[in-house]
Design a protein around this ligand. Structure first.
Ligand SMILES: Cc1cc2nc3c(=O)[nH]c(=O)nc-3n(C[C@H](O)[C@H](O)[C@H](O)COP(=O)(O)OP(=O)(O)OC[C@H]3O[C@@H](n4cnc5c(N)ncnc54)[C@H](O)[C@@H]3O)c2cc1C
Length: 381
C-alpha cells in the first residue's frame, strides 16, 4: 500500500519504520521532524513508577510496551548501526519526609513484588552522592530508560528521504464515502495514498479533514545538565524524587548528561517558565546536592499531547484514515506498542478488543474543536 504518515515525532517515525518493514511504500510529512514533545522527553520507560490511582486502562498498555522495548531498540540498533541509549539500570524512587515515604509505600502496595522497599542508608549505599535528607524509598528493577533523541535520530536515518519537510494542511476525503485519498501539504503539494496515518501529536487537531479530537497541551519544563568530570559519576540510577509532595526526576546518561525534569502545567507561559525551573533545581538539590556543580546545557519546554484520561487516541476514524495521538506523558514508553497497533490498523487487521476499546479516539463521544491554545502551543516548537 501507499501510506502517508503525518508527523515525524517518535510515534510517527516508529510507525513509519514498522510499515516500511512490512513492505509498504511510506512517505512521512513533517516541517520540523523530532522537534516537538519527543525532543523534550527524558525517556523514562517507567511502567511502575508512573502507576497512579484511577488509571486502570493505561497500565496494561504501559506494561505491554515495556515488554516490547528490549527487542524494539535491539532491532533498531542492528538495522541502523546507531545507539539508542537504552539502559536497564533500576530506578530509585526516594522521598524526603514522612508524607513522601507514605506515598511511596502506597506504590509498593500497588506493585507488590516488582519493587523493593529500601531505607535511607540503603539508598545512599546505591547512590553515595544522595543528601542526608533522603530518608527511604523503593528500588524498581523494571523501570529503565532510553534516549529519545537517539531513537528518533536512528529512525530518521532509517527512513532517509522518505521524510519530507512539509506540513500537512489537509487530509483529502472523497465526497460521499468520506474515504481519505491523500493529503494536501502547506506548500500546496498533493500526494495520494491508500491509507493516511495521522501521528501529529497536538497538531492532529489542526489538520482539515481530521475529526476534531479532545487534545490539550500539557506543558513540561525540563533541563539538561552536564556532570563535570571531577564528580562523575554523580548518579548511576534514574531517580524519581518526592520532595515534600512535589515530584522531580533525574535521569543519568552514559555520556555524563543528566536530565532533570519535569514540570506538568496546563497554563502559564508558552516557553520555559522561570518558576518551574527554580522548583526543579531546588527540589533536585534536596536529593542530590552535587547538582549545583553541574553545567546547565539546555532548558526546554514542550507541550505534551494530553488526552482527557492520559490514554492515547489511537484508532481508525474514517475509511483510509487512522489517528495515533494523545500520548501525553508516556509516548516514549508506548512507542513500540503504538507502532505495532497503528500499523495493524492501517493494514486492516484486528486489534485486541481490550486495546481498541481503551484507545478508541471517539470514546469521549462526538468530536471536539480545534482550539487556540493548541495552535499557539504548536507554534513554539
Ligand atoms: C518535558 C517532557 C518530558 C517527557 N518525558 C517522558 C518520559 O520520560 N517518558 C515517556 O514515555 N514520555 C515522556 N514524555 C512524553 C512524550 O514526549 C510524548 O508522549 C511523545 O513525545 C509524543 O510523541 P508524538 O510523536 O505523538 O508527538 P510529537 O513528538 O509532538 O511529534 C508530533 C510531530 O508532528 C508534527 N506535526 C504537527 N502538525 C503537523 C502537520 N500539520 N503536518 C505534519 N507534521 C505535523 C510536529 O512537527 C511533530 O514533529 C515527555 C514529554 C515532555 C514534554
Amino acid at each position: 500500500m501507499r501510506i502517508i504518515v503525518v508527523g515525524a515525532g517518535i510515534i510517527g517515525l516508529a510507525s513509519a519504520s514498522e510499515l516500511l518493514r512490512r513492505g509498504h511504500e511510506v512517505t512521512v510529512f513533517d516541517p520540523a521532524p523530532a522537534a516537538g514533545a519527543s525532543r523534550a522527553a527524558a525517556g523514562m520507560l517507567a511502567p511502575t513508577t508512573e502507576l497512579a490511582w484511577g488509571q486502570d486502562a493505561l497500565h496494561p498498555l504501559l506494561a505491554e510496551a515495556a515488554a516490547r522495548y528490549p527487542a524494539f531498540v535491539a532491532a533498531l540498533e542492528e538495522r541502523t548501526g546507531l545507539g539508542t541509549g537504552h539502559r536497564r539500570t533500576a530506578t530509585l524512587a526516594v522521598g524526603v519526609d514522612a508524607a513522601d515515604r507514605a506515598t511511596l509505600a502506597e506504590l509498593a502496595t500497588l506493585r507488590g513484588g516488582a519493587v523493593r522497599r529500601i531505607t535511607g542508608s540503603e539508598a545512599r549505599e546505591l547512590e553515595p552522592a544522595f543528601a542526608p535528607a533522603v530518608s527511604g524509598g523503593l528500588l524498581v528493577s523494571e523501570d529503565h530508560q532510553v534516549d529519545p533523541r537517539l531513537v528518533t535520530a536512528a529512525l530518521l536515518a532509517e527512513l532517509g528521504s522518505r521524510v519530507r519537510l512539509d506540513a500537512v494542511a489537509a487530509v483529502e476525503r472523497e465526497p460521499g464515502s468520506g474515504r481519505a485519498t491523500g493529503i494536501r501539504s502547506a506548500s500546496g503539494e498533493r500526494a495520494v495514498a491508500d491509507e493516511v496515518l495521522v501521528a501529529a501529536g497536538l497538531g492532529a487537531t489542526l489538520i482539515d479533514g481530521v475529526p476534531r479530537l479532545p487534545l490539550r497541551p500539557v506543558w513540561g519544563d525540563i533541563l539538561r545538565l552536564r556532570v563535570p568530570d571531577a564528580i562523575r559519576p554523580l548518579l548511576t540510577h534514574t531517580v524519581r524524587g518526592l520532595v515534600r509532595g512535589s515530584a522531580v526526576y533525574l535521569v543519568p546518561r552514559e555520556d555524563g548528561e543528566l536530565v532533570l525534569g519535569a514540570t506538568v502545567r496546563e497554563g502559564g507561559v508558552e516557553g520555559v517558565q522561570a518558576g518551574g525551573v527554580l522548583a526543579l533545581l531546588r527540589d533536585a538539590e534536596r536529593i542530590l546536592p552535587g547538582i549545583a556543580e553541574c553545567e546547565v546545557v539546555e532548558v526546554l519546554a514542550r507541550a505534551r499531547p494530553g488526552s482527557p484520561d492520559a490514554v492515547p487516541l489511537l484508532g481508525r476514524v474514517a475509511p483510509g484514515l487512522v489517528v495515533a495521538t494523545g500520548f501525553d506523558r508516556h509516548g516514549v514508553l508506548l512507542t513500540p506498542l503504538a507502532a505495532e497497533l497503528g500499523s495493524d490498523l492501517v493494514e486492516g487487521r484486528d486489534v485486541a478488543p481490550a486495546f481498541s476499546a481503551a484507545l478508541d479516539p471517539f470514546r469521549f463521544g462526538g468530536t471536539g474543536v480545534a482550539d487556540a491554545t493548541v495552535a499557539s502551543a504548536l507554534s513554539v516548537a
